[in-house]
Design a protein around this ligand. Structure first.
Ligand SMILES: [Zn+2]
Length: 178
């Protein structure tokens, strides 16, 4: 995994890119939930489900299928008063789906573990991007407070923090101009 900080930074940038009318408390709560929830599979890992299993770490909960499902559910809870057959619902479902997917994509940019099972449950193959600049984050919190954790934070500052900052600044300027 990338660290929770990395996942939240990307999700925050995605949320800020949406029109400000969306910026409700529920919207932000589900933005954070969607970008972090894929790692619930760590529970399975602790319970003995092998890493490479479809329900193992970076398996089913990191897939496109899971992102679509979570996106539709999160949008329904966020817009509980609106029909699912409306444009606002569709926009939000796609948004939450993409936020969820950002998690698996970031994991596929890390330099450790197994890759992301993007196409589970149809295909269990794990995928990495050819270029993996982000240091993999330890699964245990205790290990995070070590030189390993520090290395993760530095690599995420460069490869996530910097692009996210540039993106947010660019977005701000573009919005002002437009
Ligand atoms: Zn993950």
């Amino acid at each position: 995994m990338a660290s929770a900080f990395g996942h939240i930074a990307v999700a925050y940038a995605m949320g800020k890119t949406m029109k400000s009318v969306w910026g409700t408390t529920r919207f932000w709560i589900f933005t954070v939930v969607c970008c972090l929830v894929p790692d619930v599979d760590v529970v399975g890992l602790l319970m003995g489900i092998p890493y490479e299993h479809v329900w193992g770490h970076r398996g089913m909960t990191h897939s496109i299928m899971f992102a679509v499902l979570l996106g539709t559910v999160a949008a329904k809870i966020t817009l509980s008063h609106i029909s699912v057959w409306t444009k606002p619902y569709a926009v939000l479902a796609v948004y939450f789906g993409l936020v969820t997917m950002s998690h698996g994509l970031l994991d596929a940019l890390t330099d450790g573990g197994l890759g992301t099972a993007f196409f589970a449950p149809f295909d269990d193959t794990r995928y990495f991007f050819p270029w993996r600049p982000i240091r993999v984050s330890p699964i245990g919190a205790a290990e995070f407070f070590s030189s390993w954790g520090l290395g993760v934070l530095i690599s995420e500052l460069i490869w996530i923090g910097l692009p996210v900052t540039v993106w947010l600044l660019g977005h701000r300027i573009f919005r002002r101009v437009g």
